[in-house]
Ligand binder design. Structure first.
Ligand SMILES: [Zn+2]
Length: 62
């Protein structure tokens, strides 16, 4: 007998796993990290935008 240990999630993309809104290109990205913008506010920026704008993520792992 096979008893599922995990509930069926069905096909399709996994929603909400590491996805955040990139404020620079205004779209969701799985690579988005919080960065401090020039105005002092914290926004999420994806990897491409961080490279393009030389942004440093606040949670930069050491
Ligand atoms: Zn972006």
């Amino acid at each position: 007998m096979h008893q599922p240990t995990h509930p069926s999630q069905g096909p399709g993309p996994a929603a909400g796993i590491g996805t955040a809104w990139c404020a620079w290109h205004e779209g969701f990205s799985v690579t988005a990290r919080p960065v401090q913008a020039a105005d002092g506010a914290v926004h999420f920026a994806c990897l491409s935008c961080r490279e393009a704008y030389s942004l440093t993520p606040l949670t930069d792992p050491s």
